[in-house]
Design a protein around this ligand. Structure first.
Ligand code: UDP
Length: 408
C-alpha cells in the first residue's frame, strides 16, 4: 500500500518514520539526491533552494562548492561535494562536444561518484543540463529513476546542435520526467526531439517580502538618484540584453537606470563592454552599475519600472515575477516565456527583442502617462500572487517526485 504525503508532511518524516513505515508496509517518503553542477546562485539555483524546503533530510551532490552549498545546508540537506572540482565547469554550453574529449576521464570519474552516491537514494533529481548529462549515466547504472529539472531553452540560441541532440536523446532514454518552467521551454525541448510525454510544466514560484515602502524613502536609504529611474535586474550576460537598454537610454534624456547583477559565469568582457558603452554614449552619470545584490525586491520598489531586455528566449525569468509581486510596471522583450508570464502583454508591456527604438518608445509612453499603466500593474501583482508562489511550486514538485518514486 502506498501513502501519498501532503507536502507539509514531507519535512516531518525522519529515519524513525521510515523504520515504522517499513514495519507497517506503508511507503515512507523517498530520499532524493539533488544534483547541481554549479555552486553559484543564478535563477536555477534559487529555484532549487526553494524547491528543497520540504525535503530536509535528503541530500545534494554538488560538483563544486559555492553559495549554493550553504543555502541548501540551511534547508536541512546533507551536502556531498564532488571529490575533484569538476572539469565540466570549464565547458561552455555552446562549445563543440569535442572540447570535452580531453576531460572524458574526469567526467567518467564524476559520473561514477554520482552513481556511488545515488545507490543510497530513491530518486535522482538533476537541476542543470550538466548535472543531467552525468546523472543520466549514473542513475541508469544503479537503476534509480531520474528527474531532469530543465531550466533552459534548448534552442540554437543557447546550445550547439550536437549538444541539443545529445541531451534530448539522453532524456528520452534515461529521464523519468523532464520538468520545465514554461510552455516556451517545453516547446523547445520537443522541437529539439524530446518526448512530449516526459514533460511536466511547473512554473517557478517565489515569494518576496510583502512590506511595501515608499520609493522616495528607499531611494534615500539606498543612495539612489531622484527623478525618473528604471532598473534591469539580471546577471550580466550578452543574452540578457542590458546593452539594448543602454542604447535605448541614449535617446531618452533625463532617464536614469540602475544595472543590478554581475557576470556570474565568466562574462567579464561583456560587463566591461556595458560600462564602455554607457561611457561612449555619455551616460556614465545616468547609468549606475550596482553589481550583484541580495536585496533585489527592495531595489525594484525604488524604481519606476523594471526592464527585462533579453535578446534570446527566456526559459522563465524570475525577475519578471519579482517585479510583478512588488507592483512595479514591467517592460520585457517578447522572447520565450515572457509573454506567458505577462499574460500576452495584459500584465506588462512586451516589445520585440534587439530593438532599442521600440524599448525607448515603450519607456517614453510609460513616463508620459504612468496612470494608464496602473491597472496593468495591479493585474500583474494579482497574477503573480495567484500563480507564481513558492508553496505552489513546492507542492507541484513534491507530487512529481512522489510519482516518480512510485508513491502517488
Ligand atoms: N538576482 C540577484 N541579485 C542580482 C541580480 C539578480 O539576487 O544582483 C536574482 C534575481 O532577483 C532573480 C535571479 O537572480 O531571482 C535571476 O533569475 P532569472 O530567472 O531572472 O534569470 P537566470 O539567472 O536564471 O537566467
Amino acid at each position: 500500500m502506498t501513502e501519498v504525503l501532503p507536502v507539509h508532511a514531507l519535512a516531518e518524516r525522519g529515519p524513525r518514520d521510515r523504520a515504522r513505515a517499513a514495519r507497517s508496509g506503508v511507503a515512507a517518503r523517498p530520499r532524493v539526491l539533488f544534483v547541481s553542477h554549479t555552486g553559484t546562485m543564478s535563477g536555477a539555483e534559487l529555484v532549487l533552494r526553494d524547491a528543497v524546503r520540504p525535503w530536509a533530510g535528503s541530500s545534494a551532490f554538488l560538483f563544486e562548492d559555492g553559495a549554493l552549498t550553504e543555502a541548501l545546508r540551511n534547508e536541512g540537506l546533507e551536502i556531498r561535494l564532488a571529490r575533484r572540482r569538476s572539469a565540466l565547469a570549464g565547458l561552455k554550453r555552446d562549445v563543440s562536444p569535442l572540447s570535452a574529449l580531453p576531460v572524458l576521464g574526469q567526467l567518467g570519474a564524476l559520473a561514477l561518484e554520482i552513481a556511488g552516491a545515488a545507490r543510497s537514494y530513491d530518486v535522482v533529481y538533476a537541476n542543470s543540463q550538466k548535472a543531467f548529462l552525468l546523472s543520466s549515466l549514473a542513475a541508469r547504472a544503479v537503476g534509480r529513476p531520474l528527474i531532469w529539472h530543465l531550466h533552459d531553452i534548448l534552442d540554437g540560441a543557447h546550445f550547439g546542435r550536437v549538444q541539443r541532440v545529445l541531451q534530448v536523446r539522453l532524456a528520452n532514454l534515461c529521464a523519468a520526467r523532464v520538468i520545465v518552467p514554461s510552455e516556451a521551454a517545453a516547446r523547445a525541448f520537443v522541437q529539439a526531439g524530446g518526448r512530449r510525454s516526459l514533460i511536466r510544466i511547473v512554473p517557478n514560484g517565489l515569494d518576496v517580502d510583502p512590506a511595501p515602502c515608499p520609493a522616495a524613502t528607499l531611494r534615500a536609504e539606498l543612495g539612489l538618484p531622484d527623478g525618473p529611474l528604471v532598473g534591469v535586474f539580471s546577471r550580466l550576460a550578452p543574452w540578457k540584453g542590458q546593452d539594448i537598454l543602454i542604447e535605448a537610454l541614449a535617446t531618452l534624456p533625463g532617464l536614469g537606470c540602475i544595472v543590478v547583477g554581475a557576470p556570474l559565469f565568466g562574462e567579464d568582457a561583456y560587463a566591461a563592454h556595458l560600462r564602455d558603452l554607457a561611457a561612449r554614449q555619455g551616460l556614465s552619470d545616468r547609468v549606475l552599475f550596482l553589481g550583484q545584490r541580495d536585496d533585489v525586491p527592495r531595489l525594484m520598489r525604488a524604481v519606476d519600472a523594471v526592464v527585462h531586455p533579453s535578446v534570446d528566449p527566456e526559459p522563465f525569468g524570475r525577475t519578471l515575477v519579482e517585479a510583478m509581486l512588488v507592483g512595479v510596471p514591467v517592460i520585457a522583450t517578447d522572447a520565450g516565456a515572457s509573454a506567458e508570464i505577462l499574460d500576452g502583454g495584459a500584465a506588462g508591456t512586451l516589445v520585440p527583442p534587439r530593438r532599442p527604438d521600440r524599448l525607448a518608445a515603450a519607456l517614453s509612453g510609460l513616463f508620459a502617462d504612468p496612470d494608464s499603466f496602473r491597472a496593468r500593474t495591479a493585474l500583474a501583482q494579482e497574477r503573480a500572487l495567484s500563480r507564481y508562489g513558492a508553496d505552489r511550486m513546492q507542492r507541484d514538485l513534491a507530487d512529481l517526485i512522489l510519482q516518480v518514486a512510485g508513491q502517488a
